[in-house]
Write a protein that binds this ligand. Structure first.
Ligand code: ADP
Ligand code: ASP
Ligand code: MG
Length: 782
């Protein structure tokens, strides 16, 4: 049974309505044995911090005002959530606790962490009671009985045992985030935003499978989405970058959140409690997502230089001030960035070993792939200069560039920085493989189409490949003069070079469009996916490859949230794959697909009327270029068999080519031998076809060459490509010669099937179909 730890932050519990929404999430996502870690409701911890400050400043009026504020907030939640008896009990409990706080304050025995702990204790109690009121077995658990620290270090073994003993599979546990105790049973905290850390710690202690951090944004964005509307939500962020953001003080995750997950398989995701349907951001291990660009801002910091800092000392300082402290070395010296209101405490703790270099700083850091840092630092400096913002200090290392300024980075400036430094990364690099018939038309259509797409996304064609030569230009190939550039700059092609160069591309997204007629090229797909390339295929090789290989490719794509489009592999530009995907996604179930998916066979069968032998039609078609170089390839039906396999896989069936019965449109023994031998025996083909044709007339039906796939209620399927006799009035019988037709039956389209019909070949429509796949991809990436 999978176990999940869900964490709801203060932002998810800011009002009675939010508690109710969280309870609904718990009801639909949790079961007995799962844990829910909660933070203090809304801004309660901030208020408690203020309460503590007024206590320290002996400001008794301030103290009682703030305490009243705390009381009103809690009482309001209790009144809105609970029925009379329970309401009464909870209000009484609250009252007692507040009285105790007041008397401790009066006796001068108030203790900071114990005071702050109330926020989480209240949330856990309210949520557990509210869930119980809804009939869901839930208990609130005080994490001070689970997590013990000694000299700031967690006692993992002891804690694990405490968790195992306290948390069984009988109930849902609502556990307080943020707080723990020391060996003397004094309350300690894990630092501001520490509930994220509580959740991952707990997950590691109870061997959970996953942690969901529910917050008020839909995941981790390129910058604070509350400040910049264009912030990009990332489906995946690697652990190292998430950790760095946290160390830089970004609130979306606490700095230590990731440490308990090291060496574990526990999955971590960040998702929205306000928009449950929205897909989460997954925080993944290195190698499962490429480094992204982020901007995170700072407010009111002091830059402090420290003589020398012992390992673990920054952690201890963070503990003292309840806030993360970023530290770094520059020009041989150690610096720390401290929230200004806590600097005096830090200086005191460092007793004479530190001095303030700059105070009251604002600023931001750009986090990006190391290869981009130097360039981004220069660009950011230029942008700040243009905005008249004075830089008081800057620093860069491998993973980020830091700017400390004298002016706040407000939303407008942040939006500009984001647009130029991060959104810039919203580029799609397009690699086009295969410049044959369709490929060349595609590239020529690209000029207009790319200009159109560029209004939404920075799309650049960076490579054109033929089997022996390639043109690669990381900054983009000029589409109006690519032939010229090809003449001058193309180099010998080989697979290794291609993969390496694709790996070096610094684009947010990449797509390889395979318009080749090369099965060998399709074998590169797994390597291309490893380089984070989306795929668009215009041929059928990979789509009909042996099912283990195919499934692995699909899984690999899924793991990396990459897309694979291949709409033109069946029916050229006809939107058959779109139609099938649409039906599936909207809850329908396809039960049958029947049709003619070969332009050649469509033309041959529909044109034959007995007035001339079948073989002369075949030769005519060959002369018009409607067939493969050897038309027996068409007559074999193998092409339709492959297409039917693609359609079958599209509706979720796990079939292989061999599972599709194949009956060629010629006598078996004509398949062998040379073309001349075939010509010499073409009479055999004619009598074969004439015989079939006459059978149709006898049955008052029409001979067609069709593919058909039937899916039974059991989930089993029957698939066949071969000769069929269809009713004279049917759509298949009345097909325009050369057209393709797909007749789809589903639960919704049962008696009156959905029919898609039109040209299923031709370089223009195929190239246009590839553009449609590219357009689809761009919409997805936006
Ligand atoms: P919680 O109360 O759930 O712990 P926090 O307020 O601590 O939530 O953190 C979530 C907030 O982080 C968001 O409301 C958002 O304003 C802020 N934030 C800053 N940078 C980012 C980012 N890159 N991605 C997502 N949220 C961010
Ligand atoms: N309530 C604590 C804070 O506001 C802990 C947390 O929210 O994670 O910092
Ligand atoms: Mg938080």
């Amino acid at each position: 049974m999978t176990k999940v730890v869900h964490k709801f932050g203060g932002s998810s519990l800011s009002s009675a309505e939010r508690y109710q929404a969280v309870a609904q999430i718990v009801l639909s996502h949790c079961r007995a044995g799962d844990c829910v870690v909660v933070s203090a409701a809304g801004k309660t911890t901030n208020t408690l911090v203020k309460l503590w400050e007024s206590y320290q400043q002996d400001d008794s009026q301030g103290f009682s005002d703030i305490l009243l504020q705390v009381e009103n907030h809690q009482a309001e939640l209790i009144r809105a959530l609970f029925e009379s008896q329970q309401q009464h009990t909870l209000l009484e409990q609250l009252d007692l606790e507040l009285q105790r706080i007041t008397s401790h304050a009066k006796q001068d025995t108030l203790h900071e962490a114990t005071l702050l702990a109330h926020g989480e204790l209240w949330s856990a109690r309210l949520l557990a009671c509210y869930l119980s009121q809804l009939g869901f077995a839930a208990e609130h658990v005080d994490a001070r009985n689970l997590f013990t620290l000694h000299h700031g270090q967690l006692l993992h073994q002891q804690n694990k045992q405490a968790c195992m003993e306290r948390l069984k599979d009988t109930s849902l546990y609502v556990v307080t985030g943020f707080i723990a105790s020391d060996v003397e049973k004094n309350t300690v905290t894990l630092g501001r935003n520490g509930s994220d850390y509580s959740a991952t710690l707990l997950a590691s202690y109870i061997d959970a499978d996953a942690v969901s951090i529910w917050t008020d944004t839909q995941g981790v964005f390129s910058t604070d989405p509350r400040k910049v509307a264009n912030a990009i939500k990332y489906p995946k962020v690697c652990r190292a970058q998430a950790h760095l953001l946290a160390r830089l003080g970004n609130p979306v995750l606490h700095a230590k959140t990731l440490s308990p997950l090291k060496h574990s398989k526990i999955k971590l995701q960040v998702r929205s409690s306000f928009d449950v349907e929205s897909p989460p951001t997954e925080i993944v291990k290195e190698g499962y997502s490429k480094a992204k660009r982020f901007i995170t801002t700072f407010e009111d910091l002091d830059l402090v230089r420290v003589d020398a800092i012992a390992p673990g000392e920054v952690g201890q300082l963070s503990q003292i001030i309840q806030h993360s402290i970023h530290h770094f070395s520059a020009q041989g010296e150690t610096f720390i960035l401290v929230p200004a209101q806590s600097t005096h405490r830090v200086l005191k703790a460092l007793s004479g070993r530190a001095n303030i270099v700059e105070s009251a700083l604002q600023g931001f850091a750009v986090v990006a792939p190391s290869a981009n840092i130097a360039q981004l630092q220069a660009q950011a400096a230029q942008l700040l200069h243009e905005q008249n913002i004075v830089v008081r200090f800057n620093h860069k290392d491998n993973e980020y560039a830091l700017f400390l300024t004298d002016q706040a980075i407000d939303s407008d400036v942040l939006a500009i920085l984001h647009d130029k430094l991060v959104n810039k990364g919203r580029e799609l690099a397009v690699v086009i493989a295969g410049l044959g018939n369709v490929g060349e038309v595609f590239v020529n259509q690209c000029q207009r189409q790319v200009a159109h797409l560029q209004q939404q996304f920075d799309v650049k064609v960076v490579a054109l490949l033929r089997s022996k030569k390639m043109l690669f230009s990381a900054n983009g190939i000029s589409l109006s003069a690519w032939q010229q550039q090809w003449q001058n700059e193309s180099v010998d092609y080989n697979n290794e070079d291609l993969i390496e160069r694709i790996g070096e591309l610094d684009y947010e997204h990449k797509v390889v469009i395979d318009i080749t007629a090369s099965e060998e090229f399709s074998k590169l797909y797994p390597q291309l996916v490893k380089q984070d390339c989306h795929l668009i295929s215009a041929n059928k090789y990979a789509g009909t490859a042996e099912s283990t290989w195919y499934q692995q490719l699909r899984e690999q794509l899924n793991e990396r949230s990459l897309h694979w489009r291949y709409n033109t592999s069946v029916g050229a530009g006809l939107p058959i794959n779109f139609a099938l995907a649409d039906l599936q996604h909207s809850g329908d179930k396809v039960t049958q697909i029947e049709g003619v998916f070969s332009g050649t066979l469509s033309w041959l069968c529909s044109s034959f009327d007995g007035s001339k032998p079948f073989s002369s039609l075949v030769l005519e078609a060959k002369d018009m270029g409607y067939t493969e170089p050897d038309p027996r390839e068409d007559l074999s039906g193998r092409d339709m068999q492959r297409k039917l396999l693609i359609l079958a896989r599209d509706i979720g069936l796990t079939l292989d080519l061999a599972d599709i019965e194949l009956e060629p449109l010629m006598p078996d023994d004509l398949a062998q031998g040379s073309w001349d031998e075939f010509l010499a025996r073409k009479g055999e083909l004619d009598s074969f076809y004439e015989h079939l044709y006459q059978q149709g007339i006898t049955q008052d039906k029409v001979l067609r060459y069709t593919g058909s796939l039937q899916v039974f209620a059991s989930g089993k399927a029957k698939a066949k490509v071969g000769i069929a006799y269809v009713d004279k009035s049917s759509a298949i019988a009345n097909l325009t010669p050369g057209d393709n037709i797909f007749v789809i039956k589903s639960v919704w389209y049962e008696d009156n099937p959905l029919v898609l019909q039109g040209p299923g070949a031709g370089k223009e429509v195929t190239a246009a179909g590839v553009h449609s796949d590219l357009y689809w991809l761009v919409q997805r990436l936006k």
